[in-house]
Design a protein. Sequence first.
Length: 163
Amino acid sequence: MRVAFFPILHPFQMPSQREFRLHDSPPLDLAVFPSYLHRERKTVFPILDFMRDRRHFDVWLDIEEIKIGDNFVEILENSIKSIVNRGGYVVVFWSNNESKFVIHEALYGLREERVIVAALGGSMPEFMSKYHDMFIQLIDENGLNNNRLDDLIVRLYWLIVCK
């Protein structure tokens, strides 16, 4: 369990006279369902590892949750619904070579108003054309742009905490 202390200022108290108390509210539930093409794993997995290990997102991964012989379509549908019902977001890692599953997952997130498109190059998908604020281009001419990755992280924090 993580414990954090935050300064509490009393009325008419100078900032130098802070009192600290234990922060006891529950941790944020930062649930994310990543949607991506498996051939993009070399690009997507380091991003998901960063989100999970360094920024404490609860990232659902198909390779951890789906076993040989499982009904993967049913598991994907139940998992995406569960993430969205928890207040999480579908993060679509978009390239111009999308599968029907990625498009289906993106449209589900869009219908639920719980989607962000993190582009791995290429242009914005047509079905997202009205939602420019939910589109972040992660890749530029030099590869993964860490400033844009930060934009994705901050946008997700803001959306999850403020909704």
